[in-house]
Design a protein around this ligand. Structure first.
Ligand SMILES: Nc1ncnc2c1ncn2[C@@H]1O[C@H](COP(=O)(O)OP(=O)(O)OP(=O)(O)O)[C@@H](O)[C@H]1O
Ligand SMILES: [Mg+2]
Length: 239
């Protein structure tokens, strides 16, 4: 199923999120957001402003209370749990603050995990591509290592390659450099930028790092669950 030429990888229209657990917490208010193919968007906002909630809803890990959401041109409402899982698998990639690599598997096995979940035997082309990506991020000589034999930054690089294994149209990254020192965080971020350029993958990244945000295409500011600012950034790169 082709997604080439898709104008938007994600579209949200009037998305609200309300938690009811004795008390009512209105976390997201009337969120309208479109992310274009290949766009790199940063989400900023204070702790508790709803950034992770927003990413989880877009990533089909959580459901909105009301509003409309399209992921890769599919209206999400009305999809069965299986269809949601397939949409997630085929179109989305995830990078979290903690990488969640599986300790008993090697670097290569971890990076190939989405293909394994996909089933259907070896997908030779994607496997070759994953190995190529691991080489590109400097892990070509670490394919057989276990996560505990890697540095934190190396582990996060494996997690990024894993997020790209199924060639997603959009990668959701919740503070992907949050646990890394500045230099390693920078390397990981530059890897994401390069993958955006090379494979046209869109990114939605939560980051508190103003220097990184400045180098992305667009910055969305959340304040108390509302989009307070949504700014395109023209050619600031290199500052
Ligand atoms: N399951 C839940 N039930 C009730 N309230 C929740 C639930 N999950 C999150 N919240 C509330 O939603 C609000 C937004 O949380 P969220 O995790 O999206 O914030 P965030 O912007 O990612 O913050 P941080 O920068 O600290 O990660 C918080 O006030 C939180 O208490
Ligand atoms: Mg969060």
């Amino acid at each position: 199923m082709g997604t080439e030429g898709l104008a938007h990888v994600v579209r949200l229209c009037g998305i609200n999120k309300v938690y009811e657990n004795g008390v009512t917490t209105h976390v997201l208010h009337d969120i309208d957001l479109e992310i274009a193919a290949g766009e790199f968007v940063t989400v900023q906002g204070a702790s508790g402003s709803g950034k992770s909630t927003l990413l989880n809803i877009i990533g089909l890990l959580d459901t909105a209370s009301c509003g409309e959401l399209w992921v890769a041109a599919r209206e999400v409402r009305g999809l069965s749990e299986d269809e949601r899982a397939l949409t997630r698998r085929d179109f989305l990639g995830f990078i979290f603050q903690s990488h969640y690599l599986l300790p008993e598997f090697t670097v290569l096995e971890n990076a190939l995990m989405p293909l394994r979940i996909r089933g259907g035997g070896a997908e030779a082309r994607r496997r070759e591509r994953v190995i190529g990506l691991l080489e590109e991020v400097g892990l070509g000589d670490r394919l057989g290592f276990r996560p505990r034999e890697l540095s934190g930054g190396q582990q996060q690089r494996v997690a990024i390659v894993r997020a790209l294994a199924n060639e997603p149209v959009l990668v959701l990254a919740d503070e992907p450099t949050g646990n890394l020192d500045q230099k390693t965080g920078r390397l990981v971020f530059e890897l994401m930028l390069r993958l955006k350029e090379v494979s046209g993958t869109a990114f939605l990244m939560v980051s508190h790092d103003e220097r990184l945000a400045r180098e992305t295409d667009r910055v969305v500011q959340l304040v108390d669950g509302r989009i307070a600012d949504d700014r395109e950034q023209a050619s600031l790169r290199g500052n």
